[in-house]
Design a protein around this ligand. Sequence first.
Ligand SMILES: [Zn+2]
Length: 298
Amino acid sequence: MKLNWQLIILTWILCVIPSMALGQVKVVATLPTLGALAREVGGSDITVEVLARPGEDPHFVDPRPDFVLKLSRADLLIHNGMELEIGWLPALQKNARNARVQANGEGVLDTSTFIQPLEVPTGKVDRSDGDVHAQGNPHYLYSLDNAIAVADGIAQKLSSIDPSHAENYRQRLATFKRAASETGQKWKSKFAALDARGRRIVGYHASLVYLCTWLGLEQVATVEPKPGVSPSPSHVAKLVAQLKTSPVGAIVQETYHPRGTSEKIAQMTGAKWVIFSPGPQDDEPYLEYIDKMMTKFF
Ligand SMILES: [Zn+2]
């Protein structure tokens, strides 16, 4: 029998190369949105593990035993920064004993460095003001413009630690940016077409300032009197009175906040009650998540 050496060599290459070339960058992302953005630009050149569960409150993520193991093996840790994860991430980084993912390690990417912070306190930060962060409001991932900037930053970082796939990262980023700016334009014009009331909203928590900036909305009040402080009956009564004289289009909250109060305020004032997940579900693409969230306003 005549051996087809070309075929044998090809088969050998196909069997051996993947495991050699796999060299996938091991990424750990703290939040589902960051994981989704990493997947957009990293594709098959990376593996992504996300620490917070879909829908989990990013201020208070429950550390699970496998977090430390994941971080101990990571090439790159992508996190939100601006103290959003301060209550749970530093201890995990320390316990992981992986120099790359320590605070100033070369495998750490704080994506807040790619955005323009809003609501940066001017004076001294005082705990009596509630959960206020010295570097500004950390909830910037609800802005699609910021998500594009973050995806860009992730692509640059991946290219620098894995230069052999830089072209792949560049191409995927370009594809994502095209789709994202189309999605962004679509929602910007839908919100711009709303009347003045429709463009005014109340958030449960002070987490919507970047969303408002992106879409041209105005957050006139929050259900929480101060960030992280539960609303008292008198605060709610005052808010309802305010919204009866000056109505808003929607009362908006993340799924992890208590639901009863904002739903009741919405009913009493004729506003829409919009409740959305703080990030995509497992494997849900970022832009599908945005579409799903925005649809709830209409
Ligand atoms: Zn917050």
